[in-house]
Design a protein. Structure first.
Length: 168
């Protein structure tokens, strides 16, 4: 794994998050906060959870500190989530830009249930993108049920759009 590949995956992650957020903007606050069976209480809650994972992992990987968890109640509405996510995207992009290919193979130590564990840094970063993919798919299902599908979110769709945007 190298930094260029990791940054491409996070570019995809951002693109896919934006598709979900854009579709969610078509809902009213009651729809965003309506209870569902997919977890995190509501679509609003799922979005806050995806953001929290990006924030928490970035803080841990860059600073070695466990950041306080972001909760759905921390965000009054979708605009507040978007605003916080914009700041997180900048911080995450800066963190990724600071990495070297060699650093990606470094060990990240952490504790779970009193046991010291580790993963390779690039494994943690892949996990973060994959985690977002799981929860975005849940968000997409809810949005589609509400008549606001985010459309195709496959990696190849992202690559095709990226390639088209780069073509003269």
């Amino acid at each position: 794994m190298n930094c260029e590949d990791i940054r491409l995956l996070f570019e995809y992650n951002h693109w896919a998050n934006e598709r979900i957020l854009a579709a969610a903007e078509n809902l009213n606050d009651d729809q965003l906060k309506a209870s569902n069976d997919l977890g995190w209480g509501s679509l609003h809650g799922m979005l806050a959870h995806i953001l929290d994972a990006e924030y928490g992992w970035r803080r841990y990987l860059s600073d070695g500190e466990n950041a306080p968890w972001l909760q759905a109640d921390d965000f009054a509405d979708l605009a507040a989530i978007r605003q916080r996510w914009a700041a997180e995207n900048q911080a995450l992009e800066a963190y990724l830009a600071s990495l070297s290919d060699d650093a990606l193979d470094g060990k990240v130590f952490y504790e779970v249930d009193g046991q010291r564990r580790f993963h390779i840094l690039w494994h943690c970063l892949i996990h973060l993108v994959n985690h977002g993919t799981q929860h975005r798919s849940e968000c997409a299902a809810l949005l589609t049920e509400l008549g606001c599908s985010p459309g195709e979110m496959d990696f190849t769709v992202f690559l095709n759009q990226r390639q088209e945007a780069a073509s003269p």
